[in-house]
Design a protein around this ligand. Sequence first.
Ligand SMILES: [Cu+2]
Length: 315
Amino acid sequence: GGGAEIEGAKLGGAEIDFNAAPEGDWQPFDPTLAPAPGGTEHEISWSMTEEVMEIAPGVTQEVWTFDGQVPGPTLRGKVGDIFTVTITNDGEMGHSLDFHASKVAWNDEMRTIQPGESLVYQFEAKHAGAWMYHCGTAPTLHHIGNGMHGAVVIDPPDLAPVDHEYIFVQHEYYTGDEGEPGDLGKMQRDEWDAVVFNGYVNQYVHAPIDGIEVGERVRAWIVDNGPSENSSWHVVGTIFDTVYKEGAYNLRPDDGGQGGSQALDLQPAQGGFVEFTFDEEGAYPFVSHKFSNAGKGAMGLFIAGDPDLGEIGGH
Ligand SMILES: [Cu+2]
């Protein structure tokens, strides 16, 4: 050790090839957000685990998970609903849970539980919003950066139905060696290898989101789970006519201003939704418009109508 760092040198950890494609049996994380289930009480049980998962074509890491997935399961409900979440630690290290959608004491519901232990975390959703949840066990940066995070969607009152609803959790990866946990040192230095939507590099480039017709209304919920990087969520080729961020509408089509929005800006642990339509048949990339990250996995594609996909990339 002790040698000077060489500019452009490999940071260490598994290297991601951003031009590689996943194997044929790869399954994308379904971005569809289902409506809130009926009823006002939601009982959920999650297992907390550590397991090796593919995060990019040919790259696996030992991620730490809520219920075996990265991001963890999305919860959805309405203001006033009661969520009773039982977490069981089926891993080999301490873990915990912190719902930003809740108002509870940190030293009680959010306490770390050891392997084999369970905890019941009950909260009333007192406010609408797009909320982060995460493991808060020290070092919290490592547990979030290694996959232990997810989203809670609490609908604002009178949320109108739309034709398509999706959720995109933006987060980073800081690769450790192949099959090993993410690198805490890289997390501490903000040296992310990838910025992704819903757990996988360029996921919705590899599995474009189709089935949307021209003129249909799309609502996309975005939560930036970081742990450390922001999002400037943008869809190439359309304009948002509705923007809801951190519990408030910034823009609505009936507010008289005829305004449009080009990007939803979120810092880590912020969330919201945008609504838009596609006016022409074709492909519409979505990115974080902090553009260095668009080249590090923060990109996807919507397909409107039934265009000739052979034309993609021909411009
Ligand atoms: Cu954890």
